[in-house]
Design a protein around this ligand. Structure first.
Ligand SMILES: [Zn+2]
Length: 277
């Protein structure tokens, strides 16, 4: 689905499904609230769904390009094609989305964002001014979120289209990001947990490292990625592990065990990549 940003598209999933004997579709991730994107969805609903309804909407995380149109799709789009269906998300992502879309300044954009970035070393006046002008940003891209939702937790198993999908949560990119892994088909719906350059945001490294479970989760992701059947993931995680190692080395505040853990992850990936070659 196109996006009107430097990041010019998002990958979405429309999956054949059946819930309580009703055939239809499960949608994973939605795009921002935008006229063009709504028109694309309308066309998809009219031409690609075989006349079947959407049965549920699953969202990996609260960022606008993933959550923006969830409420609209849950309610059947412009033509209200189906009765309202349930949104499925983790608690952390749902709660963060609700706070940020409240329209009361909770999205911390505008002047607060400029102050935050200045505090962390942004000095370019033009960039800071651009941030100040981008006020109430999140609610314009995510104007509404369903008032009820179905909670996803790490380790949950969903049946989608007759296959088991395991929920794998991760932190760093967002509070409680959900990825979905189907062992039968070896397909990973990774959301934004696996990206060529920004998985996972190093600004949140301190938070991640102060969370022991987060470290274990991240290390297991790195290990899993190194042994996974997806070749492109290897380079993504190699970059991520290297970035972690650089962040850790740049800070004197992290313990030696954390430094070794991530340096070890980077080494392990390099070794395994070398063996594959
Ligand atoms: Zn994201």
């Amino acid at each position: 689905m196109p996006l009107p940003f430097a990041l010019d598209h998002i990958n979405l999933w429309v999956m054949h499904d059946e819930i309580d004997g009703v055939a239809g579709w499960t949608i994973i991730d939605c795009g921002i609230s935008d006229e063009t994107i709504r028109a694309n969805w309308e066309s998809t609903f009219d031409t690609l769904l075989d006349g079947l309804p959407v049965l549920r909407v699953i969202v990996t995380h609260c960022h606008p390009d993933h959550l923006g149109l969830a409420d609209w799709i849950c309610n059947g789009g412009e033509k209200k094609r189906w009765d309202p269906v349930r949104l499925w998300m983790s608690l952390g992502e749902y709660a963060m989305g609700r706070v940020m879309s409240a329209g009361d300044g909770s999205d911390a954009s505008g002047e607060r964002a400029a102050q935050h970035f200045a505090l962390h070393g942004m000095t370019d006046p033009a960039l800071l001014e651009a941030l100040r002008k981008r006020d109430a940003y999140y609610p314009t891209l995510v104007p509404s979120i369903p008032r009820v939702y179905r909670r996803l937790r790490d380790g949950d198993r969903l049946k989608i289209g007759g296959r088991d999908w395991e929920v794998v949560t991760g932190v760093g990119h967002s509070p409680e990001h959900c990825a979905f892994f189907c062992a039968e088909t070896k397909v990973l719906i990774s959301g934004d947990m696996v990206l060529p350059h920004i998985s996972t945001n190093p600004l949140t490294c301190r938070c991640l490292l102060s969370n022991r479970r987060g470290i274990r989760s991240r290390c297991s992701w790195v290990h899993w990625a190194a042994t996974s059947p997806f070749p492109r993931i290897h380079s993504c995680f190699l970059r991520t592990a290297s970035r972690f190692a650089a962040c850790i080395c740049a800070s004197g505040s992290f313990g030696i065990s954390s430094r070794r853990a991530f340096a070890g992850s980077a080494r392990s990936l390099r070794d395994q990549a070398a063996k594959r070659r």
